[in-house]
Design a protein around this ligand. Structure first.
Ligand SMILES: [Ca+2]
Ligand SMILES: [Ca+2]
Length: 462
């Protein structure tokens, strides 16, 4: 209380500034801040008002910058030069060497001493300092040995957006600002000055680390699928594409809802599970390149399936075929104006390069006379494989050459009726890169079963 009386006779503010400086300048004192997130002391801490009779509460925290600039009335050692004698007598802060404030966020316990406990000067443990903080005991007791923090059981700077307030040498340090980060990337975190930290669930469909958000929780996509977030893209011919076909024009900007899409073509083994389970009919025996029930080709895309079989398989999985627009946007991988998912260079047969595609270069299927495993090649945008080549892929839409003349601007689903279904992406029998372009549109009668024709599934978002 000697400190408080001496200081208050000079200026109310001096208590706090000296106390704070003693802490900043001391090499060994480490303030316990068990709730502090970043482990650092605030840059500028200056409490400017301590109401008399309530030494334990700082009700108005100023925005000074004592940590970096002690101000004109402080000398280089962090003490008030004009009051050096009094300060030395009461606080002994002049003889504390400089210290890095970053070292001060640590492990001492400064406020856990029961109020009113009788203590002796110089007894480090008795004043609540840990064993590494012994020099600070001089600053933490007054000339008669009374603990300067003994009467202060709670420090609260009155700001719910800070925490880690602590009593040091008789005065409360204000808390450090918090980011309010709750560690959940499906909530928006902020601090309300009235109520403190809040965490509000992001809208369903927001993208998070492993998938998408639902009810404030990050949910991974179904196995083997990617989450394709909602967004707009230009459907149809890529700008500057000299191979643009009439059916790919005119272009139109369309908006798509978020949805899931298979990372690769459905494999023969996966389709076989549906056949065994009674959900799908067996593929046709459509030639030497058939993959169904071929042990060496279990991981190859299933082929020789009709449009209805493809549709049935996806429904059995709880999904559906992707629309033509969904397929094209996913193939573009979120990038505009590219001919292929990897860029504008033509496809090649090197699976170590992004431009890899299984097509009829050097023979059917890059010389293997058929399909490759569905996981071949580097994943491109959204993590997808095999959008270009390997097997052509059934999509949901009926084909019409003029389908793009007036497409709906949101989630287009193609003509209401037709004789052919759209197929996309080209396959191992395609002899021209033109067929593998993002915008290329093929068509087949829905009853066709071809060894170069398979599919992948989509699924609505939650
Ligand atoms: Ca959050
Ligand atoms: Ca494909």
């Amino acid at each position: 209380m000697v400190l408080a009386l001496a200081c208050c006779a000079l200026a109310v503010a001096c208590i706090d500034e000296r106390a704070a400086l003693a802490l900043f300048d001391h090499p060994d004192v480490a303030v316990e801040a068990t709730d502090r997130a970043d482990g650092a002391l605030p840059d500028g801490v200056a409490s400017t008002e301590i109401p008399t009779g309530d030494a334990g509460r700082i009700v108005d925290v100023g925005q000074g910058d004592l940590g970096d600039d002690p101000g004109p009335e402080m000398d280089g050692a962090g003490a008030d030069a004009s009051d050096a004698e009094a300060a030395t007598a009461d606080l002994a802060i002049d003889d504390l060497p400089d210290a890095d404030p970053a070292e001060l966020a640590g492990d001492a316990t400064l406020t856990d001493l029961p109020a009113g406990e009788d203590i002796e000067t110089g007894d480090d443990a008795a004043v609540g300092l840990d064993q590494n903080a012994s020099p600070a005991a001089d600053a933490a007791v007054d000339a008669t040995g009374v603990d300067l923090c003994a009467a202060i059981t709670t420090c609260d700077d009155g700001d719910p957006c800070t925490f880690g307030e602590a009593c040091v040498a008789g005065a409360c340090l204000p808390g450090a600002a918090t980011t309010c980060d709750d560690g959940n990337d499906c909530t928006a975190d902020m601090c309300d000055p009235a109520s403190g930290c809040t965490a509000t669930a992001l809208p369903a469909g927001a993208t998070c680390a492993v998938g998408l958000c639902t009810s404030g929780t990050c949910k991974a996509p179904p196995k083997g699928m990617a989450w394709i977030p909602a967004g707009a893209f230009v459907l149809g011919c890529t700008a500057g594409d000299v191979a643009c076909q009439p059916a790919e024009a005119p272009t139109a900007t369309v908006q798509l809802s978020g949805h899931y899409l298979g990372l690769r073509e459905v494999t023969a083994a996966e389709y076989g599970v549906c056949v065994s389970g009674g959900g799908c009919g067996p593929p046709a025996a459509c030639g030497a390149a058939v993959t169904f029930i071929q042990p060496a080709k279990a991981t190859h895309p299933v082929n020789c399936v009709t449009w209805d079989q493809a549709k049935d398989y996806c429904a059995w999985q709880g999904g559906r075929l992707p629309t033509e627009a969904e397929w094209e946007r996913a193939a573009r991988g979120g990038k505009p104006d590219l001919l292929f998912g990897w860029g504008n260079q033509p496809p090649g047969c090197d699976p170590g390069l992004p431009s890899f595609a299984v097509w009829a270069a050097g023979g059917l299927g890059c010389g293997l006379d058929g399909t490759w495993p569905a996981q071949s090649g580097l994943p491109l945008g959204f993590g997808l494989q095999g959008m270009a080549g390997n097997v052509r892929e059934w999509v949901a839409d009926w084909f019409a050459a003029d389908a793009y003349t007036q497409p709906p601007q949101t989630d287009p689903k193609g003509p209401l009726a037709g004789s052919h279904r759209v197929v996309r992406g080209g396959g191992f029998e395609s002899g021209s890169p033109i067929a593998l372009r993002n915008s290329a549109r093929g068509a087949e009668k829905p009853s066709v079963a071809s060894s170069s024709l398979g599919f992948r599934c989509a699924k609505d978002g939650p």
